[in-house]
Design a protein around this ligand. Structure first.
Ligand SMILES: NC(=O)c1ccc[n+]([C@@H]2O[C@H](COP(=O)([O-])OP(=O)(O)OC[C@H]3O[C@@H](n4cnc5c(N)ncnc54)[C@H](O)[C@@H]3O)[C@@H](O)[C@H]2O)c1
Length: 429
């Protein structure tokens, strides 16, 4: 099928590329001309495992192209996916201006029947607003359908998640677009859940909020484990083996971040509020998450006593492993707090250093992970990159002024670290 994707970011680029890989003819649009020029020239604006090869292969095969022109893409396609940002407003509600702008741009360029699919994460009842907007801004009366098709990919494994999803959710207001949507996803071996638009929209916010809740649950347990000298990892393994619960999202840490969980959680709380329900459970999830970073920061301060002029090595800046995304990263927030106390930071991330530079200008970026510890009073592991397991920790211990290791992701074995000579502090152990 001929498909346009408006918004070529983490979701848009992965969606467009994977749909091209599935055999569709895809054009990805972005208003950021630099991004489009980079993609056209063979460059990559983001890091996602396996994505670069897929983009190259599909571009070379003529199934994937890039443009800055929404009108051209709308004319050329049967189905138009919207994958633009839905950032939070200061009060936690969703800024829907990007979605509205695209709806108007699509409307202004409709010359025949199109299916307009919302892939961005939006509040329930946005689909209805998009349909009303398109109708209002159409130059001539044209038939169209609006579909909600929320995206569940995770940064860091986005390609794999898109190609092998647990389910595909398609929300419609009439049966008309269903067969085309089934055709789009026919190459993917996954159940398609067809619902009304509101339910599809709610599924996305409900899913992300539930996952955030699971993380805050284990983080709350980590506090109890610390106070009672239990080990949160053993507790997580013990409860996670119950298939009704599952082991995923039960890793205690310095808290969740990223461009989705924090914003989707506040959005869902706000949506509920507007619908007359106080979602206190989710407010508690937020509170526990904020406390988790506070507690980790306090642990560092309590151990080092005076932070001013201490040199601290930071391992990891991305909000999680396998991504270069630093939006709402707890690692970045932790760096800022340490800097505010007067610490000097030596930082390293395998993929996120370029993107972090704008947010953290006054730190020393260290090219190799084994050189971070040099002269440091403490080392902090803030992102769970698996390559940090290969760190030369014996060397780190030798070259540090004082061998203290704060493990914000419980990546290392406590006994091994203590055997190496570290004063080792982790979460809930
Ligand atoms: N990042 C994730 O892991 C993820 C997962 C699932 C859902 N989502 C949701 O998907 C949506 C997009 O998220 P993202 O992380 O891909 O955002 P992003 O910021 O990486 O990408 C969005 C892109 O849209 C472009 N854009 C903005 N307005 C435009 C316009 N009028 N015309 C053309 N392009 C325009 C921007 O330049 C940018 O490149 C959000 O609603 C997000 O909540 C994100």
């Amino acid at each position: 099928m001929k498909i346009a994707i408006i918004g070529t970011g983490y979701v848009g680029l992965v969606t467009g590329t994977c749909l091209a890989e599935a055999g569709h003819e895809v054009v990805c649009v972005d208003c950021d001309a630099e991004k489009i020029a980079m993609l056209e020239a063979g460059g990559m604006p983001i890091y996602e495992p396996g994505l670069e090869e897929l983009v190259r292969g599909n571009r070379d095969a003529g199934r994937l192209r890039f443009t800055t022109s929404t009108p051209e893409a709308v004319h050329a396609s049967q189905i138009v996916f919207i994958a633009v940002p839905t950032p939070p407003l200061p009060d936690g509600s969703v800024d829907l201006s990007f979605i509205e702008r695209v709806a108007r741009e699509v409307a202004a360029n409709l010359t025949g029947y199109r299916i307009v699919v919302d892939k961005s994460t939006v509040p329930v009842r946005t689909g209805q607003k998009v349909a009303e907007t398109i109708k209002r801004y159409c130059r001539t009366p044209v038939e169209f359908d609006v579909v909600s098709n929320p995206e569940f990919l995770r940064e860091g494994s986005a390609v794999e998640d898109f190609l092998r999803p647990d389910r595909i959710v398609v929300g419609v207001s009439s049966p008309r677009p269903v067969s085309a949507m089934r055709q789009v996803y026919a190459p993917f071996d996954a159940p398609i859940v067809v619902t009304d638009i509101q339910s599809a929209e709610l599924i996305k916010h409900a899913a992300n909020s539930f996952l955030a809740l699971k993380i805050s649950y284990i983080n709350a347990l980590s506090v109890i484990c610390e106070a009672s000298h239990a080990d949160v990892q053993d507790v997580a393994n013990g409860i996670g083996m119950d298939r009704r619960i599952g082991r995923q999202f039960l890793d205690a840490s310095l808290g969740f971040g990223g461009s989705c969980f924090p914003k989707d959680l506040s959005a869902f709380i706000k949506i509920a509020e507007q619908l007359g329900y106080d979602f206190a459970l989710l407010r508690e999830v937020q509170r526990i998450n904020a406390q988790q970073l506070d507690r980790f920061f306090r642990k560092i301060v309590d151990t080092l006593w005076v932070i001013k002029d201490k040199q601290i090595g930071i391992l990891g800046l991305a909000f999680k492993e396998n991504t270069d995304d630093v939006r709402m990263s707890p690692a970045i927030e932790l760096c800022r707090r340490l800097q505010a106390e007067g610490a000097r930071l030596r930082v390293h991330d395998p993929k996120a250093m370029d993107k972090a530079r704008a947010l953290l200008p006054d730190v020393t970026y260290v090219a190799h992970q084994d050189d971070v510890a040099e002269g440091c009073d403490a080392l902090v592991l803030a992102t769970e990159w698996s390559q940090f397991k290969q760190l030369d920790l014996a060397k780190a211990c030798r070259v540090m002024t004082c061998p203290i290791l704060f493990d914000g992701r419980n990546l290392f074995d406590k006994n091994e670290m203590e055997h190496l000579g570290f004063i080792y502090k982790s979460i809930g152990r």
